[in-house]
Design a protein around this ligand. Structure first.
Ligand code: NG6
Ligand code: CA
Length: 498
């Protein structure tokens, strides 16, 4: 075929898949445990976040955006599959040896965008399990994992930065593993190694609850790992590593459409930001880690700018659950809080059914298409599947992403209304709540009112709770006994969704 004809055919073919109304790149930046009030653009006066604030100033800043759950694994599961994690058991916080939770063949945000012609990558935290039961083959091939969930490439930390194994994985294998030093992960101490419990004098950061098992980089973790010495990460360089991996991915794919899931580790414990961010705020390591996260966001923006693609990149920024101060280490987060309010005006935090558990920052920036605004539309991260499918022109089968709604107009700031209602989930399967318009309803639940480790108000109570979020955003005035009809309606709505 003559060259011009070939080019014309190519253009025709690619434009059939991706029309001019789809962005060149989609970058989903997912923070860990960042609360509604933690960013400059959401009112944090003492935490400088200029890059994230720039996204807000140039895009849509949501005030009623929700993570599906108040912990990480279920939020991520719901966001990537469009199905609430709580529909099946076993999708709570994944343990170090947790097997893959997304079954191969399940349609995901990544498989859908790949179908639309995007090259897809995960950089950062995974925490959705690896391999088949009984446990991942840490020294062998780690599958299924992100690659079986729709990512063309992946550079990731397997669970969380407070869990073993403290190694990076690229695609199917641990990075830097030496064959003569196989890696394994156990529930018990396999080789009598010193632990956070037995040798606290070896620690540079003391644990406060849990987190007293294997010691890596002077920090004790959840779980025991043995071997893999050459592959161990250093917490203080994790941000540099993830930012550089993400930049390399974007740089390598300037000619094709890309979907980057940048899944940050900040501000999850242990908070050990790079030396240059220590003291960036008056609030200690937790808020310093927010500044480090902002730097990472700036790195991605710089890379897109260098390729002259920032304008035509859809960047979505959000967080997997609300904030927590002491989540297991003595790092001064509570002591140095001062006037900073990680939850903003809301009650609770990570693990909670009160608003701060799941109401999180969400920013949508696409300078070429999206005008700056502040939106009060109710949107949930579970909606990303159907909304982005609609954006890129993929039609999903009815049983795919069953809990996801197409909220594209709201997400792009073109409609002021979003969902009528949103389900809120503490992270435990039996603990749901629902918001419809201004009403927030929490059915009675067993369990403690306060998480004794973290001090978080969980929302558990033996009686129903109903709050008017317009008049009482802090959920202090329980109106359930005055509005039994509304409680009944919301209970039956929740039952029907369940
Ligand atoms: C909890 C851990 C907490 C954190 C959380 C997961 C203890 C006592 N607490 O079980 O430190 O790791 O799991 O956080 O071990 S998440 O953001 O990934 O859901
Ligand atoms: Ca989290």
């Amino acid at each position: 075929m003559p060259r011009p004809l070939l080019a014309a055919v190519f253009l025709l073919l690619t434009s059939a898949v991706c029309s001019a109304s789809t962005p060149k790149n989609i970058v989903l930046i997912y923070a860990d445990d960042v609360g509604f009030g933690d960013l400059g653009c959401y009112g944090a006066a003492t935490i400088p976040t200029p890059n994230i604030d720039r996204l807000a100033a140039n895009g849509v800043r949501f005030t009623s955006a929700y993570a599906s759950s108040a912990t990480c694994t279920p939020s991520r599961y719901s966001m990537l599959t469009g199905e609430y994690a709580w529909r099946e058991p076993g999708r709570g916080i994944a343990p170090p040896n947790g097997p893959a939770l997304i079954k191969p063949g399940t349609p995901t945000l990544a498989t859908m965008l790949r179908e639309a012609g995007y090259t897809t990558a995960l950089v950062g935290k995974w925490h959705l399990g690896l391999g088949r039961p009984p446990k991942p083959k840490w020294s062998g091939k780690l599958a299924p994992g992100p690659l079986e969930a729709g990512f063309d490439e992946a550079f990731f930390l397997p669970t969380t930065n407070d869990r073993v194994p403290c190694v990076y994985v690229r695609d199917h294998h641990v990075v830097g593993l030496e064959p003569n030093d196989p890696l394994d992960v156990n529930r018990t101490n396999p080789d009598g190694q010193p632990t956070g419990e037995s040798h606290p004098q070896m620690l540079k950061m003391m644990w406060s609850h849990g987190h007293n098992q294997s010691i890596v980089n002077g920090i004790s973790r959840i779980g025991f790992m043995s071997g893999g010495k050459a592959a161990l990460w250093t917490d203080e360089t994790m941000a540099d590593r993830f930012a550089s991996e993400a930049r390399q991915f974007l740089k390598a794919h300037t000619e094709t459409r890309t979907f980057l899931f940048y899944s940050a580790h900040q501000t999850h414990v242990p908070r050990a930001p790079a030396e240059r961010f220590v003291g960036a705020t008056p609030h200690g390591a937790r808020a310093d880690a927010v500044v480090e996260l902002d730097w990472c966001v700036g790195q991605l923006m710089d890379e897109l700018k260098a390729a002259e693609q920032l304008d035509d990149t859809l960047i979505i920024f959000s967080s997997d659950n609300g904030p927590v101060l002491d989540d297991g280490y003595v790092d001064g987060a509570a002591e140095k809080l001062g006037s900073h309010r990680p939850s903003g005006p809301y009650r609770g935090g990570k693990y909670s059914r009160f608003e701060a558990g799941t109401r999180v920052p969400m920013l949508v920036s696409w300078p070429a298409r999206v005008a700056p605004s502040v939106s009060e539309a109710i949107v949930s991260q579970v909606d990303l599947c159907r909304s982005l499918a609609s954006l890129v022109g993929v039609s999903l089968k009815p049983d795919t992403a069953p809990d996801s709604l197409d909220m594209l107009p709201a997400l792009l700031g073109k409609a002021s209304a979003g969902r009528d209602w949103v389900v809120q989930h503490s992270g435990r399967r039996d603990q749901l709540a629902i918001r419809r318009g201004k009403w927030k309803f929490l059915p009675p639940t067993k369990g403690p009112a306060i998480n004794k480790n973290t001090g978080t108000e969980l929302g558990n109570a033996p009686a129903p709770q109903l709050f008017d979020l317009d008049a009482d955003p802090g959920e202090t005035n329980n109106l359930a006994s005055q509005h039994e009809d509304i409680c009944r309606e919301l209970q039956s709505l929740l039952d029907s969704i369940r």
